[in-house]
Design a protein around this ligand. Structure first.
Ligand SMILES: [Zn+2]
Length: 136
């Protein structure tokens, strides 16, 4: 049973919108990471192999994803409560990979989650991949 689309594209109005069926697991997260890591600009960023990253599926309904370092290892968490579609997953993974890159090259600003350099990278990544930079 899906939800009905109240607004949006005319051709979808009145149509049944299917429930999300993409069930996340750490293999899917690693595959999304590997895909992006093989493409520009990520392939030039010297990011760790997916085997060296810990991928965790959470159930948060408020935080779609996070990147952190735990015991010297990159950890990417993605919430199945927020992400249920392939494009959303890939865009979120790209977001977290920009955080990883910023950490690697020390481009982070203390107390600022998304600094000017982050936003510049978002525009670059979005231009290459056709992502919506407003979603980042
Ligand atoms: Zn972020």
């Amino acid at each position: 049973m899906g939800r009905r689309l109240a607004t949006g594209r005319r051709w979808l109005q009145g149509q049944e919108i299917p429930e999300v069926t993409l069930l996340l697991n750490h293999e899917i997260l690693a595959a999304a990471y590997d895909y992006l890591r093989a493409t520009p600009p990520f392939r030039d960023w010297n990011l760790p192999e997916s085997e060296d990253v810990k991928f965790v599926v959470t159930r948060s309904t408020s935080t779609a994803g996070t990147h952190s370092i735990k015991d010297g290892k990159d950890v990417i968490c993605v919430s199945s409560g927020c992400i249920g579609r392939t494009l959303s997953l890939v865009e979120l993974m790209a977001h977290e990979m920009i955080h990883m890159h910023q950490r690697v090259v020390c481009m982070e600003s203390r107390g600022v989650e998304h600094n000017a350099a982050f936003k510049k990278l978002v525009l670059r990544v979005s231009k290459i991949h056709g992502f919506d930079p407003m979603l980042f």
